[in-house]
Design a protein around this ligand. Sequence first.
Ligand code: WTA
Length: 639
Amino acid sequence: MTGSAPQEPKYWPLKRYFEVYDRSLRDPEGFWAEEARKLDWFRTWDKVLDWSPPFARWFVGGELNACHLCVDRHIKTWRKSKVAIYWEGEPGDTRVLSYSTLYREVNRCASVLKNLGVGKGDTVALYLPMIPELPIFMLACGRIGATHTVVFSGFSPRALADRINDIGAKLLVTADGGFRRGTPMPLKNMADEALELTPGVEKTVVVNRAGIAVNMRRGRDFWYHHLLEDAEASVSVEPVESTHPLYILYTSGTTGKPKGIVHSTGGYLVFNYSTYQWVFDIKEESVYWCTADVGWVTGHSSIVYAPLAHGAAIVMYEGAPDYPTLDRWWDIIEKYGVTTFYTSPTAIRMFMAHGEEWPARRDLSSLELLGTVGEPINPEAWLWYYRHIGGERCPIVDTWWQTETGGTMISHAPGIELLPLKPGSAGFPLPGIDAAVVDESGQPAKAGEKGLLIIRKPWPGMLLTIHGNPERYQEAYWKRFPGAYYTGDYAVKDEEGYFWLLGRADEVIKVAGHRLGTLELENAAISHPAVAESAAVSKPDPVKGDTIVMFVILKEGFEASPALTKEIVGQIRKMVGPIATPERIFFVGKLPKTRSGKIMRRVLKAVASEVPIGDVSTLEDGASVDEVRAAYEALEEEV
Ligand code: WTA
């Protein structure tokens, strides 16, 4: 690495942070109203917060528009000639969109949507690779008051169909393909499979990205570039009420069916506008790169809405991190002069395993600030990132948040104050976020003791509800600790008040930062004709954080074999997607269960990880110690 000698970041005393934080919690509504004034509103709100627990509506009566905030606002200033998106395709092709180009593209896209009959209150499904059209369609939906639901392009046709049907989308936007490790992923073909199962979809728009052959059904499927020929150059912005749903994003929970998380326009944008500034200390000259896929919440908030609302210059990359060589990412940082880099612990561990010679080949001296998200980061990976990517001069913000929270909740906040970093700790709750670690009974856990993370006050970025299922919203997040939002995560708060996130406490598995529900995986396995029963658990993995291990009971007449293992894996990939590939399948005669019939995941986890069952004194499923031991011993004989 070249550049000047590393300089340790300058840190602030904790006291200053606590002053800001305590002030924000004394009057959260006043605090958030102050933040909301930083945005452009067409009409000011009548009420900051309408809180009828557990449903929060922020900035009620206020009117704004996401596309106006992220695009139109900037082209009235010098930013019209500023770069909005540096896009790099996997094959090496590039596109640079200034804010005025983005404005033009978004308007034409909005016109295409309108010409197809899309308007306020409609929902559009987007199944696109990482190409500029993905944010363009998102913003165009926002412009005309339509709600979007982005489905990660790594999800299977079946998963796409389930989401489209749940949401009732009439329009699907996809591409012929997108590049991944040198070959185009045939997205339109995959969408065709999904369309067999989605009678409600009337039309599809297909972006020509990869130049591969696709079937276009007359009257249903339209090439985007053909539709653009009839597009108007400008489409007026549709002001929406603050609680109008900007988007619905599906995520996995503890039941088999993914939850459609509904985010508002006003609260969500206020929260992301503020937290982005606090966490990334973004400056006019920053070049910001978040490596997530837009298909996940990180991409929604941290690639599209927060940076563009700030008029930041972002980098967007289509393909695989190690393609064609292991320095692709570092090459992109050097090429665009990235100052602010945000990625996942899994990616860091993957690069760490390949050695520091790869980043050392590139000039990373433009970097000023690093971030991580999606899973706990282990201190070794943190230190490697600090040394070999950040050159020991860039602070690292480890940001904790969820699809449901809309934006970052716990993190260092160099945009306010930079506090001393502790490798592996996410730092402190951001202002306005009343986070606490509690024991099973809801009492604050002692400093240094593991407990469950809850949020005790509503915040503007929080989900409005679960689409079509307000009861599930109440049940999943607000029932366990009445009056507080339950995150489903284990955490520790240390003596100084630093938060350490310790992974999921519920039946959600994070594989390479991707969120999957055990029940979804189990249902997928059971859909194979040979499978009678199944259980999915996580197993710690040195790179991916966790991997999936499945336990399967076969139906009468079926025998365990490598061929059957392959088939079941194939079935899971078909139902969910390649990200859900189990690392291993154990065939067993029975599954360990409590007397009430709940699977003892702890026992299965111990078997999967080849470790002794250990301490059985605290049990999430309420089984007796003897019951667990007996189940463990029985299972050890089986596998
Ligand atoms: C985990 C991703 C530790 C956590 C933005 C959470 C983290 C889940 C961190 C949400 C972090 C996210 N440290 N764990 N910095 N960030 N998580 O909805 O378990 O895909 O509940 O949102 O990721 O995953 P989701």
